[in-house]
Design a protein around this ligand. Structure first.
Ligand code: FAD
Ligand code: PHB
Length: 394
């Protein structure tokens, strides 16, 4: 068995784990990142696309923002569509200059892997049988196999950045963890298409047939979603069914509709809200999807993960530099507060914009009234804008 030691063992090389590794590197703290998938898989996984201002600022500040600066699409507003009309919300004007940037999560991951490789610090892909031990003791350990060789990694702290289905959260005794969960009675069918965006900004639409979202990745690639059933079979959605459905739900009376193109990727995403509290047990700290899941309607998942590791990185730096444990002691409380703010916003966006199965027409009329209020009240638009662009990392 090969035995190694580090200061912080990071489980998972998604955006949270990779960014944490980079932050620790800048503070001169050793880490080892252990990921159970291959590098190709981690990079190819198509997920989020909207970066909050705080995420963009963080990437720039820590020196991984060059490509984001060149290729990211800065959006100062967003469209909300219903009853055949698109309504523009000028987020930049409403928030005193804050905006979002469209830049695919896989591009973020690519940039962070390049930065990690450049530091020469360990990043192990394709690790098998990853398990954490002694998380409540002085010397926690991570066990795994690399190319059939058993590895024992001893450390001061473990960062559980291994997503919702990871092994870190389940390692915490059940009695020590409070969880809150809500599953939604619908899912999203998402596509990536070789088609130029026909709108300069995202369009969130509530239609009688259900929610649809127009988004993009670049001047040549669009990303679109439509609300579907939770048990939807992707095989029932050939390309020539997807486009008419998207157009029906997104088309507005001024003639706007998405431009069609060849579909290069499709998948179904379940919708869930989940919170685990606290985000710390002993020397194990949970960050990102390992601790919380939001439905994607508010575009908060990736951004919450970044806010977590920003807090954790600063707290670990204060611990190692000054022996100051206050950041680590408050890591969970501060994170839980931000998480619930994002949960509320994501739930609100989701419930305002999705068709429920309810046969009672009251619900649909209430949603229209909510949207009508939103686009006619500066206060309501400001509330959406400041939550959507995101508050400062705290
Ligand atoms: P992840 O990105 O999940 O990274 C966790 C990493 O840990 C993965 O690389 C995983 O392979 C690894 N791992 C898991 N188990 C182990 C183990 N046992 N040992 C070692 N490594 C392990 N958000 C949006 O804002 N908009 C979207 O459109 C959107 N779409 C999504 C679609 C899907 C299908 C999913 C699952 C999520 C989506 N999200 C979206 C949410 C967003 O992508 C996540 O919030 C974000 O990826 C969180 O980053 P993370 O690093 O915490 O977790
Ligand atoms: C995306 O572009 O993938 C995207 C955009 C906005 C969301 C969710 C996903 O709310």
């Amino acid at each position: 068995m090969r035995q190694t030691r580090t200061q912080v063992a990071i489980v998972g090389a998604g955006p949270a784990g990779l960014m944490l590794g980079h932050l620790l590197h800048l503070h001169g703290i050793d880490s080892v990142i252990v990921e159970n998938r291959t590098q190709e898989y981690v990079i190819e996984r198509v997920r989020a696309g909207v970066l909050e201002q705080g995420t963009v600022d963080l990437m720039r500040e820590v020196g991984v923002g060059d490509r984001l600066e060149r290729e990211g699409l800065r959006h100062s507003g967003v469209y909300i569509a219903f009853n055949g009309q698109r309504h523009h919300i000028d987020m930049e004007e409403l928030t005193g200059g804050r905006a979002i940037t469209v830049y695919g999560q896989n591009e973020v991951v690519k940039d962070l892997i390049d930065a990690r490789v450049a530091t020469g610090r360990p990043l192990h892909f394709d690790a098998r049988g990853v398990a954490v031990h002694d998380i409540d003791g002085e010397r926690p350990r991570v066990m795994f196999r690399l190319a059939e060789e058993e590895q024992e990694l001893t450390c001061d702290f473990i960062a559980g950045c291994d997503g919702f289905h990871g092994i870190c959260r389940p390692a915490i005794p059940l009695a020590q963890l409070q969880t809150y969960e809500r599953e939604y009675p619908f899912a999203w069918l998402g596509i990536l298409a070789n088609a130029p965006p026909s709108s300069d900004e995202l369009v969130y639409s509530l239609h009688e047939r259900g929610f649809a979202l127009f988004s993009m990745r670049s001047p040549r690639v669009t990303r679109l979603y439509l609300q579907c059933a939770t048990d939807e079979d992707i095989d029932n959605w050939p390309d020539d069914r997807i486009w008419p459905e998207l157009k029906t739900r997104l088309r507005t009376a001024d003639g706007w509709e998405p431009i069609e193109g060849s579909i290069t990727q499709k998948g179904i995403t379940p919708m869930r809200s989940f919170v685990a509290e606290p985000m710390r047990y002993g020397r194990l700290f949970l960050a990102g999807d390992a601790a919380h899941i939001v439905p994607p309607t508010g575009a908060k998942g990736l951004n919450l993960a970044m806010a977590d590791v920003w807090r954790l990185g600063s707290a670990l730096a204060a611990h190692y530099r000054d022996g100051d444990g206050r950041g680590l002691d408050t890591y969970s409380d501060r994170g839980v507060r931000r998480t619930w703010r994002a949960q509320r916003f994501s739930w609100w966006m989701t419930s305002m914009l999705h068709r429920s199965d309810s046969t009672n027409p009251f619900d649909h009329r209430r949603q229209i009234a909510e949207l009508d209020y939103l686009i006619s009240s500066r206060a309501a638009m400001t509330s959406l804008a400041e939550n959507y662009v995101g508050t400062q990392f705290d």
